[in-house]
Write a protein that binds this ligand. Sequence first.
Ligand SMILES: [Fe+2]
Ligand SMILES: [Fe+2]
Length: 197
Amino acid sequence: MARWRRPPGAVRIPLVPVKLGSHRAAAESGPLALLRGCHARIRSFASLSVRLFAEEAAPLERAEAGRAVHRYFTVALPLHSDDEERSLAPLLQARIAATLERMTREHRELEALVATLSPAWLAAGGGGEGDRLRPLRDAERFAAAFEGHLGLEEAELFPAVEALGREPLDRVWLEMQLRRRPAEEAHIPVPPGPWQR
Ligand SMILES: [Fe+2]
Ligand SMILES: [Fe+2]
């Protein structure tokens, strides 16, 4: 497969280096650290979702990466959305109602894109270059939509969380930890191969 070149005008996806296994370290330091850690992992997996369809890789590596991306966005992402919608939004409604409304609407839009991309992630190990063009466009749209969403939250939601008092933050933290306990969850590593760079 020829080396993929970004088409003119296409969205540039930042490759954010993520320290693998950082979830447990983040989990030790409270809600904001975990929120930020989740955003780093979302960026990393959204970027991997683009590279999966854009870069050269052996079929097995591509299949494994596709399954990891699918698993991240169907198992771990919903926990993060619940943190924001179920634990944080009720506490912040009076202060940033419009932001929360947009955030929740974007969560539904992003879920629809996850559903659109899921078959392509799961089938990433097969097919030829031509079969990857459409999922590549979808993956770029997905990563760009997420970048806008994460930027909104980091600019408006996170400062409001930071301003919460100790007692509500402790409650949020407990909810976040309980949410993750059953599935041992969101610690989904980027698989080995050309993706880890
Ligand atoms: Fe969100
Ligand atoms: Fe978020």
